[in-house]
Design a protein around this ligand. Structure first.
Ligand code: NDP
Ligand code: 2IT
Length: 385
């Protein structure tokens, strides 16, 4: 139970979860999600995925996830702070730099991590900086963590395309979502020469045939915290369409879902294939339903599975923990270079595991196998405990 008092002086009670799934290869590690849809089932699926994702990074982190059925939309900074403080007042006893290290996810970014960290430090009376990742740069955060998930997805997709003799340069791309992951996926895709033409939030999508103006999206989403609809008001070449499904009707060579789970179902997958898309990179956690994934594979679409493609965020969280332990900060370029190397490795391990087990080209199976083996080996080596 997470009780707090809103700006009107009324008592609110939310429900929080933290699932510590597996610590065979390191402290439990995974994000916190603030969204009204959060329930135990969602946190368990995310925690289970996180075990194998974290294993794929090659870094010593176990798997966990947390969340709260709190809706941050429309809340004041003061309400967010009150909620975060109340929640940490319970959570603190379950976490620690060598026990369980939460970070952000949907609805949890730098502002929330700051309030959570402040309350943890106040209760513990210690600067255990490695207890949370995604911290601000002034108190132990890592450069490039904000960008890491989105950049990492594009690094992985580029490796997958290279393997198929292609590149993202010159491709038309659709990226769903307009949050942390989507924004930095757009940035890196554009840097590598792609044209991103559509983004969305849960209310609707924007289409801009001139290509998305990312600084404008960042102004609207990161600074003003407004809806993506606002983009079309300010950009004459853009159109806004209500509804969160229409984005899949936009023609693209490469589609990168970065909003939430199950956002692409079989019907959407059929439209995407019909439109001539040849690659799908899962940026969100499990954005395609099972049926949609199987359909893509049947049709020979290149599919980058989420637990491999979006592992750059948590990998960079582990680099943040390393810097906290070493009591130093690496430069942006240093962290980004390490992130790039990690994503290239994840791609290779995924590709090779698929091949070794008779599923050549099926990166979905490859990522599951490569992630699983390390965890299983570590558990067996540690005996019956
Ligand atoms: P944010 O809260 O920053 O952004 C989420 C975005 O997705 C918002 O634009 C939101 O729109 C949109 N969205 C949420 N639900 C829906 C929906 N049902 N239909 C359409 N759009 C929707 O979260 P993140 O960018 O951090 O996370 C996005 C995804 O990436 C999640 O699946 C998360 O688990 C995953 N992920 C995040 C990592 C990270 O480091 N942050 C790391 C790895 C994976 P609205 O404002 O309308 O809610
Ligand atoms: O789903 C994820 O990998 C995240 N939300 C990031 C987790 C982390 O600990 O950085």
């Amino acid at each position: 139970r997470v009780p707090w008092v809103d700006d009107k002086g009324e008592i609110q009670v939310n429900r929080g979860f933290r699932v510590q799934f597996n610590s065979a290869i390191g402290p439990y590690k995974g994000g916190l999600r603030f969204h009204p849809s959060v329930n135990l089932s969602i946190i368990k699926f995310l925690g289970f995925e996180q075990i194998f994702k974290n294993s794929l990074t090659g870094l010593p982190i176990g798997g966990g996830k947390g969340g709260y059925d709190f809706d941050p939309k429309g809340k004041s900074d003061n309400e967010i702070m009150k909620f975060c403080q109340s929640f940490m007042t319970e959570l603190y006893r379950h976490i620690g730099p060598n026990v369980d290290v939460p970070a952000g996810d949907i609805g949890v970014g730098g502002r929330e991590i700051g309030y959570l960290y402040g309350q943890y430090k106040r209760i513990r009376n210690a600067n255990d900086q490695g207890v949370l990742t995604g911290k601000g740069l002034t108190y132990g955060g890592s450069l490039a963590r904000t960008q890491a998930t989105g950049f990492g997805i594009i690094y992985f997709v580029e490796e997958m395309l290279k393997e198929a003799g292609k590149t993202i340069n010159g491709q038309t791309v659709v990226i769903s979502g307009a949050g942390n992951v989507a924004i930095y996926a757009v940035k890196k895709a554009q840097e590598l020469g792609a044209k991103v033409v559509a983004m969305c939030d849960s209310s609707g999508y924007i289409f801009d045939e001139d290509g998305i103006d990312l600084p404008l999206v960042q102004q609207i989403k990161e600074i003003e915290r407004k809806r993506i609809k606002e983009y079309a008001v300010r950009k004459p070449s853009a159109k806004y369409f209500e509804g969160n499904k229409g984005i899949w009707t936009v023609k693209a060579d490469v589609v990168i879902p970065c909003a939430t789970q199950n956002e692409i179902d079989l019907n959407d997958a059929k439209i995407i294939v019909e439109n001539g898309t040849f690659a799908v990179g899962e940026g969100a956690n499990m954005p395609c339903t099972n049926e949609a994934e199987q359909y893509f594979l049947e049709k020979g679409i290149l599919l980058a599975p989420s637990k491999a493609a979006n592992a750059g965020g948590v990998a960079t969280s582990a680099l943040e923990m390393t810097q906290n332990s070493m009591r130093l900060s690496w430069s942006f370029e240093e962290v980004d270079e390490k992130l790039h190397g990690i994503m290239v490795n994840i791609f290779k391990n995924t590709r090779d595991a698929a091949k070794e087990y008779g599923f050549e080209g099926n990166y979905l199976v490859g990522a599951n196998i490569a992630g699983f083996i390390k965890v299983a080996d570590a558990m067996m080596a540690q005996g019956i405990v």
